[in-house]
Design a protein around this ligand. Structure first.
Ligand code: SF4
Length: 214
């Protein structure tokens, strides 16, 4: 099978298996999505969704959060991973949004990365989810699954994986493909015990039966 055929097969199978593929984070605006994505770094979406209702009630907008101190924010996010640095980043991010960007999250990935605590992966998630841009954030699931399936070959970094995936996946499909790879990695192609018996691409996967943490 050529690489082109592999990509076409995998995308078609995922479309059939996961016709609805969306972020599992809860949010009510682009600003709240950015906050939730920042909180989700090295933390589960489930845990983030437990703290954001109260956080968003207290600080629903950039303007409201910009008036809060790190300590104020910490009280709401203390149960997520790295609460100290995340509180500091959220306070600084909101202040910069209000002070320099009119209180609106920019759609441009480079502009977004100027915000404190916002790296390439976070900016790509917001670009894909909120602005439907052909952005491919590469987290641990996307990196692992793409390698296992053979969509990427010998990729050593998230950026290499991002560039390879975006080169082969049509722009219009990239935002959904991002969710497919994450959901597949989270629930089927898990790091230690991939559920190959339940996998919709088992017959075309190069790494069927793996049990390592690739
Ligand atoms: S066959 Fe197994 S290793 Fe391959 S994608 Fe499916 S779950 Fe992952």
């Amino acid at each position: 099978m050529t690489k082109k055929e592999l990509y076409a097969q995998v995308l078609a199978r995922f479309e059939e298996a996961m016709p609805v593929a969306e972020t599992e984070l809860h949010f009510g605006s682009t600003f709240q999505l950015l906050v939730a994505v920042m909180l989700s770094a090295q933390c589960t979406d489930k845990r983030v969704n437990m703290v954001t209702p109260a956080l968003f009630e207290a600080y629903p907008t950039a303007e409201a959060m910009a008036k809060a101190s790190e300590e104020d924010i910490f009280r709401y996010v203390k149960s997520v991973s790295y609460p100290n640095s995340k509180s500091a980043h959220l306070a600084a991010m909101a202040r910069m949004l209000v002070g320099e960007m009119g209180g609106e999250v920019p759609s441009d990935v480079e502009q977004m990365q100027r915000l404190p605590g916002v790296g390439r992966k976070t900016a790509n998630v917001v670009a894909a989810v909120a602005f439907d841009q052909p952005a491919m954030p590469v987290d641990t699931h996307v990196f692992r699954v793409a390698n296992r399936i053979g969509l990427t070959v010998n990729s050593k970094t998230p950026l290499q994986t991002e560039l390879e995936l975006t080169k082969h996946i049509p722009d219009a499909v990239i935002p959904k493909a991002h969710h497919w790879l994450i959901l597949h990695g989270r629930y089927v192609c898990q790091a230690r015990k991939p559920k190959c018996g339940q996998c919709c691409i088992a017959d075309i996967c190069k790494r069927k039966g793996v049990s390592d943490a690739v």
